[in-house]
Design a protein around this ligand. Structure first.
Ligand SMILES: Cc1ncc(COP(=O)(O)O)c(C=O)c1O
Length: 425
């Protein structure tokens, strides 16, 4: 996604037309007003307490958060890390102990680029599999082909909270003896068969980053089941003051700026790269900061409430999209319930098909991922097995947009979003 500076309404430009225009004018009262993609609530009290615990003036919350995460997601072991990407890298490293050092890891061709970063960090060969555009889950024929070509580790990720048909993925992987890693970075609030997404993999991964359902400003967790956790693979505990301070600053920034009234300000700063999908090189694994763990303890009730509102808002939006609309929703598998981190929709021309893409962006509409993982140089260098095509992933690159579902999108803005969708060409 391009930065906001590229699409702030130009002086004199007609921002929207007809009824949408009047709604839009009421909604967008100032030039810095803009919907954030996700609202991950952090209270001021939580930020203050995180500063105290991060600076070591109070007890260390990490052991408590480990126990909390273990209980919520029914894991045997939990390792708290500096980010979801690091947790996924560690998951892949742990899986190679069972699947073999020489095997390849199968990644979805359409996904967050951090998934590729984790595989590169673990120094794996990479096989890509295609994604079903109707469900955002693995295309099982394509996954089977990746396994037949030698992949023995699979990463499956519920995108924007849409659960993956976990049973089908495990049935596909079982004949090859492959380890399936559940990358539930975007899965907060989602369920499959009555349990939270993140409860299913032999190894599961959570992210507590800035734009996630349950946030600690930064952080991630590896959840281990059905595996003995070799403690040698986890990074040693270290408290680094600079990391603690970075988390506290990020939490304060989130409290101050993560709101529609002012989000246009940080979004217009190019070096913040907000809302952009960028490939980042892997970094050394680090344990979670005390400040992030402290935030997680305090934000869980807020995140739980927010997840319930997201589901209501998504249901209201979906119910109001007429059958004649060009928007095609994504379906959850039987027994699955999306957490709707955002509402994914397929539109034939993607973002470009909106009559005024700037208005759409400002209302919180965002394009999906801009390219398949196969286009990343770091992935191409490690690619094994089939080199494409990935028709499902390519369709999604062209067509997928996501709508905001969070509690800061008011009724009027939701109606404006629907009208903008109605006028889609
Ligand atoms: C599917 C997926 N996996 C992993 C990650 C990495 O998480 P983090 O941002 O905490 O590094 C993300 C981040 O958005 C993601 O969407």
């Amino acid at each position: 996604m391009s930065t906001l500076s590229g699409w702030l309404p130009r002086r004199g430009a007609t921002a929207a037309r007809g009824r949408t225009a009047s709604n839009y004018r009421r909604t967008v009262r100032s030039p810095i007003r803009c919907q954030p993609p996700v609202y991950s609530p952090i209270s001021w009290d939580a930020a203050r307490r995180a500063a105290m615990q991060g600076l070591g003036w109070r007890d260390d919350p990490c052991p408590r958060v480990e126990r909390l995460v273990r209980a919520l997601y029914r894991a045997q072991e939990t390792v708290l890390l500096g980010s979801g990407t690091q947790a996924l890298e560690l998951a892949i490293r742990v899986a190679t102990r069972v699947a073999g050092e020489q095997c390849a890891v199968a990644l979805p061709a359409f996904s967050c680029y951090d998934v590729a970063t984790a595989a590169v960090g673990a120094r794996m060969r990479i096989a890509l599999y295609d994604v079903d555009p109707g469900t955002l889950g693995p295309d099982l024929d394509s996954l089977a082909a990746a396994l037949a070509s030698g992949a023995r580790i699979v990463v499956a990720a519920p995108l924007w909270g849409t659960p993956v048909d976990w049973g089908a993925v495990e049935r596909c992987a079982a004949p090859f003896g492959a380890v399936v890693i559940e990358d539930a970075a975007q899965g907060h609030g989602a369920e499959w068969r009555g349990l939270p997404v993140g409860s299913f993999g032999a190894l599961s991964v959570l992210s507590f980053g800035r734009g996630k359902g349950w946030t600690g400003a930064r952080g991630g967790a590896l959840l281990v089941r059905r595996f003995p956790l070799d403690t040698a693979v986890a990074p040693p505990r270290a408290t680094r003051l600079s990391s603690e301070l970075r988390v506290v600053c990020s939490a304060v920034a989130q409290c101050l700026l993560g709101r529609p009234a002012v989000y246009g300000l940080p979004a217009a700063i190019p070096w913040l790269h907000l809302g952009e999908t960028r490939y980042r090189d892997p970094v050394a694994l680090q344990t979670m900061t005390r400040a992030a763990a402290s935030l997680l303890e305090r934000t869980l009730p807020l995140a739980t409430r927010e997840a319930a509102v997201r589901k209501q808002n998504a249901a209201a939006l979906l119910a109001s999209i007429p059958p004649s609309s060009r928007a095609r929703p994504v379906t959850s598998p039987l027994g699955g319930r999306s957490g709707f981190l955002r509402l994914p929709l397929r539109l034939p021309g993607g973002l470009a098909g909106f009559s005024d893409p700037r208005t759409a962006l400002r209302l919180g509409v965002a394009p999906g991922y801009p390219a398949t993982l196969a286009t990343l140089r770091a992935v191409r260098e490690r690619l094994t097995g089939r080199h494409g095509p990935w028709p499902g992933a390519q369709d999604l690159v062209r067509e997928l947009v996501t709508l905001p579902t969070h509690s800061l999108v008011g009724t009027e803005e939701r109606q404006t979003l629907l009208r903008v969708l109605e006028q889609y060409r």
